[in-house]
Design a protein around this ligand. Sequence first.
Ligand SMILES: Nc1nc2c(ncn2[C@@H]2O[C@H](COP(=O)(O)OP(=O)(O)OP(=O)(O)O)[C@@H](O)[C@H]2O)c(=O)[nH]1
Ligand SMILES: [Mg+2]
Length: 478
Amino acid sequence: MTTFVDRVELHVAAGNGGHGCASVHREKFKPLGGPDGGNGGRGGDVILTVDQSVTTLLDYHHSPHRKATNGKPGEGGNRSGKDGQDLVLEVPDGTVVLDRAGNVLADLVGHGTSFVAAQGGRGGLGNAALASARRKAPGFALLGEPGDLHDIVLELKTVADVALVGYPSAGKSSLISVLSAAKPKIADYPFTTLVPNLGVVTAGSTVYTIADVPGLIPGASQGKGLGLEFLRHVERCSVLVHVLDTATLESDRDPVSDLDIIEEELRQYGGLDNRPRIVVLNKIDVPDGKDLAEMVRPDLEARGYRVFEVSAVAHMGLKELSFALADLVGRARAAKPKEEATRIVIRPKAVDDTGFTVTREDEGLFRVRGEKPERWVRQTDFNNDEAVGYLADRLNRLGVEEELMKAGARSGDGVAIGPEDNAVVFDWEPSMMSGAEMLGRRGEDHRFEAPRPATQRRRDRQAARDEASEEFEGFEPF
Ligand SMILES: Nc1nc2c(ncn2[C@@H]2O[C@H](COP(=O)(O)OP(=O)(O)OP(=O)(O)O)[C@@H](O)[C@H]2O)c(=O)[nH]1
Ligand SMILES: [Mg+2]
C-alpha cells in the first residue's frame, strides 16, 4: 500500500458568490417601502497551509477534488447572505505549488505559510445596495460570481538540514535509524528505500533533520534504478553526506569510485554544487571494511573532504559524526537570512483591473477584454432588462463604448465581452447598450446567428422597458 506520495494533481474549486436579492419592503399601510434586498455572501477560498505534522500528500492522492462552500444569497429585509467557508488544506512543509504547465505558483516553506489556491467569488449586490438618487427602486440585483476553478500540481520537496546520498545498501537508512528515532526499513537488498525517510537528530543543543533518498546508481540521471527523481528532496538541504560502503563485495566498486559516480550524478541533476559535503565511510565493524576505510581515507581527504569512519550497526563513530553535522547545520543556518516570524500568505498576483482592450476580430465582431467588464458581465442577470441596462451604464462609464467607436464599431455590430470560449455577445448600438441582448454563450457560435434588424431590436427593448416600468407603478419616492 502506498503511504507516501510526493506529487499529486489537485482540482480546487472555490465557492461561488451568493446572488444579491431584489426585494421590496412591505409594511401595513406602506406597501412599497423601497428596495430592501440584501447582498449575497462571498464564496469560500481554497487555501493551502503548511502543517509540519503532515508529511505526505497522500490525502490528496486519494481525494483530489476539493471545494469550498458557496456564499448564501441575500434576502429581503436587508439580510445579507452568509459568506461561504474557506476550505483549508494542510500540506507538508516544503510543498511546491505548480500550475499544469509546470510554472511555480508558490513554494510553501515554514509552518503556517499559506497560499490561496482558488479565490471565492464575490457575492452579488442586492437591490438595496444598488439604489441611488437616480435609480431609486432597482428591480434587479447582481448575480454572485463563480469561484475560481483550478487544476494545480503539488510537489513535495522535503525540508531537511542534512541529506544522505549514496549507492543502494550503503547503509543510509541504517544511519538515520541510529542517529534519530526514525525507524526506516533496512534490508540487505538494493532499493529498500523507495521514498525518502526523515529523522530528527539532537546533538548537544542543536536539533536538526536528516533525510535519505533512494539509492543512486551509475546512469541514475538517465533514469537507471529509481533515477534522480527523488533528488528533489535533497534540494533544500544545507549539508550533503556521502555514505560510502566499505564492505561491499562487488569487484568493480570501491569507496572512491563510488563517490566519483555519485558526484557525477549530482552534477547531472544540478543545483547542488554549493552544498558543503562530508564523507562517511560506513561498515567499519567489518574487518575488511576497516582496512579499506583506512586505505582510501588519505585519498578522500586529499580531495578536500572531511571523512568520518562509522558503523551504523556497531554504533561506532556516530557521536562525532552527529556533532560535526550539527556544527555544519548551525553555520548554514547562521548564514541564511532570518526567516520571517510572521506567517506568510501568498495570494495569486492581482490582475491589473484598471483597463480593458477592444480588438476587432472579424467583419462586424469586436472583442472586449478586461477584468472589470468581464466581471460585470458575470454579475448580470440577462433575464432582467433593468440589470442589463445597469450593465450598459457601467460599461459606458468605463469608456467601453467610446473605445468601440474609436475601433470602428458601427450600429448592429457584434460585441463580445470575455474570452473566446466564454463570452457574452451583444448587438451593439451606440449610447444605447441598454437592452443589449445575449446571443451566445459558452461555445455557441454567435456568428452564425443572424442579427435582427435594429428597428426590431429597438421595438423589443421598448416593450421590455414598458413591462419593467409597469411593475413599479405606484412606487413612492423614498
Ligand atoms: N556490517 C554492517 N552492515 C551494515 C551497516 N550499516 C548497514 N548495514 C547493512 O547494510 C544493508 C543495507 O542497509 P540499508 O540501511 O538498508 O542501506 P540503504 O543505503 O538505506 O539502502 P537502500 O535503501 O537500498 O538505498 C543492511 O543489511 C544493513 O544491515 C554497518 O555499519 N555494518
Ligand atoms: Mg534505505
